[in-house]
Design a protein around this ligand. Sequence first.
Ligand SMILES: [Zn+2]
Length: 317
Amino acid sequence: MSPSPSHSNAPDPLRNAFSVDVEDYFQVAALAPAISIESWPTREYRVEANTEVILKLCAEKNVRGTFFILGWVAEKSPQLVKRIAAAGHEIACHGYSHQLIYRQTQEVFREETFRAKRFLEDTIGKAVTGYRAASFSITRDSLWALDTLIDAGFEYDSSVYPIHHDRYGIPGASPEPGRISAPSQRTLVEFPMSAAKFFGVQVPVSGGGYFRILPYWVTRAGLKQINEQGGRPFTFYLHPWEVDPPQPRVKNISAFSRFRHYTNLDKCESRLRRVLGDFSFGTMREVLEGRGLLGAAVNPAKPNSPATPSTAAAAVA
Ligand SMILES: [Zn+2]
């Protein structure tokens, strides 16, 4: 009989959240000036095949993550939603029509958000408790959206980017996962996007365009800094279109948008494989449960050992 594996005294690596914002290339905010929402149904639909690439990679690396699915995509591809759930990933909501919240009316946002959440829940037969806004568009101008999320029954949000950006960000917001107050003073859990600090400058290292455009070692160093110096988990995100180098090229966009959308698409899949191997990942919900911020009631799948109650208590103390 072989001896049982020895346990070193080194602490387990901090578990981080892996997430995918499931939308197609023609729904991205940077391309919106050149693509009307009315033209979406006529565009080449590539999100299913591209999501499968990410699912395969997750299976290869034994990673389960959170898939924030756009309602528009879910209604077109309910079987895709089911396949993601069947692979053990957490299903969460990316809104319905990928519009910037601070440009929507509260009524439209409310109607869309309830519609998207209900459809996902009916499709998987389970509560959907996590939300991420299109282009992280919960900013100081749209904090009212947090009340809508609470009304809809979401338990956590992951839309706040504590940085300056031309389209999003709440500079100065806490980088720690924790409870955030809506204007009504009710609260829900916020898992903010992640930024590291190099020479005093905040560098977003959460994934997406930054992950593709910056050299991989910058992302890796930034994520390690958050885990090891910050002692906190990061959230990493990617879109299915980012692992799709031959996607149709959209014309009539600015040089900056072209740079942001198309740079290094051919490097993204191999980089994703690296990041999934270099860090420990779980779903958003698992990480928040492990820190004692959410109860363990809704999504029972827990592939790896969760934090012990005493660690969880220490994390919120
Ligand atoms: Zn999105």
